[in-house]
Design a protein around this ligand. Structure first.
Ligand SMILES: NC(=O)c1ccc[n+]([C@@H]2O[C@H](COP(=O)([O-])OP(=O)(O)OC[C@H]3O[C@@H](n4cnc5c(N)ncnc54)[C@H](O)[C@@H]3O)[C@@H](O)[C@H]2O)c1
Ligand SMILES: [Zn+2]
Length: 348
């Protein structure tokens, strides 16, 4: 499927020469890491007009101010002017950091997102949040800034390590659970045991997810209310992710969010918002794809503490999102430390 893209729109394309035509007359810079240089940039290099590559090291640990300084320095050395455009070719790290560097360089130059991981295609490249980590705080420094365009080519997923693909798929399932029961049931009925490049029609899946995310972020771009539902699974999921980062068995983001979604679905059930059957269905598919975790008892208290740190909270209560049916989500729901602990046990 090929969509006609206008400025600030997001859609599935096949990367071809014409899509870069609208940047003729602008100096073009391309931000990559070593993996996207090899797997994404080299295959499309010939399609690009004259450009300058800026390469950084892959990984979340480089999503910091020091790398931004290098990017700004390269833009300066190669005399990027206010009319230049920065193309961010990579996963969420490249998109978030490249977007932030572009939005701040000379008070803002154009940027284009070409997301190359599933997570970046269905989540990070949509909604206009860009930024970097700062002193162990994730996405602590950043701005809202819309790219000129987001070009999504699912061909890039072919070289993505399978674990990364599966991790990104958790955000796809999240979008179904919060906004589309029909798609949830369609995926559920396929009885998938694993996620691989051959498991699904990725154009359909990615388009479905970005439509949902765009629809929500267009209604509430600055996360005053509704946009919070995109955090379903993330209150407990982030706490799990942060806790296990200190161990020798860290989870990928989506793997932790999958457990968080089981736990928060359990709380939805316990609060009489969804049926036991719905909870069991959610747990079944998520455990089928992400494995059955057993979070050991001594860890549970520590994970609860992470959940409390993570959000604005009053005393022992934190606000989260819960499902009130499959395909619908409500936000600002108060949950207690005791409930989080119980939900973690129920997600095992
Ligand atoms: N802005 C937002 O709204 C938003 C939303 C969700 C997540 N994020 C951010 O996204 C980041 C995570 O993104 P991610 O999961 O894409 O991580 P990532 O950018 O680190 O990419 C994961 C790995 O895959 C490699 N890679 C990328 N594309 C590839 C390809 N096509 N073939 C082979 N290897 C490839 C990368 O080099 C990297 O090693 C986090 O920093 C998170 O905060 C932002
Ligand atoms: Zn997420």
């Amino acid at each position: 499927m090929t969509n006609q893209l206008t400025s600030n729109t997001v859609g599935i394309v096949k990367i071809e020469e014409q899509i870069f035509e609208k940047f003729s007359g602008q100096k073009i810079f391309i931000l990559v890491d070593e993996n996207t240089y090899l797997h994404c940039y080299l295959p499309i290099q010939k399609l690009l007009p004259t450009h300058q590559v800026i390469q950084i090291s892959a990984g979340e640990i480089y999503k910091n101010l020091e790398t931004c300084q290098y990017i700004w320095q390269q833009l300066t050395v190669y005399q990027a002017d206010r009319k230049s455009v920065l193309i961010n070719l990579g996963g969420g790290v490249i998109g978030d950091m490249g977007g932030f560097c572009a939005a701040t360089y000379k008070r803002g130059i154009d940027f284009v997102q070409i997301p190359s991981t599933l997570l970046a295609q269905v989540d990070a490249s949509v909604g206009g949040k860009v930024g970097i980590d700062f002193q162990h705080f994730k996405n602590h420094i950043g701005v809202f800034a819309l790219p000129k365009a987001v070009y999504i080519d699912t061909q890039f997923l072919k070289t993505l390590p399978n674990r990364e693909l599966r991790s990104g798929f958790a955000e796809v399932l999240k979008h179904c659970l919060i906004a589309d029961k029909g798609m949830w049931e369609k995926i559920y009925s396929q009885n998938l045991q694993n996620i691989t490049i051959n498991s699904l029609d990725w154009n359909e899946v990615v388009q479905h997810s970005i439509t949902i995310k765009q629809n929500i972020t267009n209604q509430d771009p600055h996360e005053k209310g509704l946009r919070k539902i995109l955090n379903f699974g993330h209150t407990i999921g982030h706490a799990i992710e942060s806790f296990y980062l200190q161990t020798d068995k860290p989870f990928l983001h989506g793997e932790a969010i999958a457990i968080g979604m089981i736990a928060e679905s359990y709380l939805s059930y316990k609060n009489n918002l969804i049926s036991k059957l719905d909870f069991e269905q959610i747990k079944k598919l998520l455990q089928q794809l992400y494995g059955q975790q057993s979070i050991e008892n001594p860890y549970i208290a520590e994970i609860v503490e992470f959940a409390l740190q993570d959000k604005k909270n009053e005393q022992n209560t934190i606000l989260t999102c819960l499902l009130n049916k499959i395909g619908n989500c409500i936000y600002n729901q108060a949950i207690t430390k005791i409930e989080i602990a119980e939900a973690l046990r129920a997600s095992n």
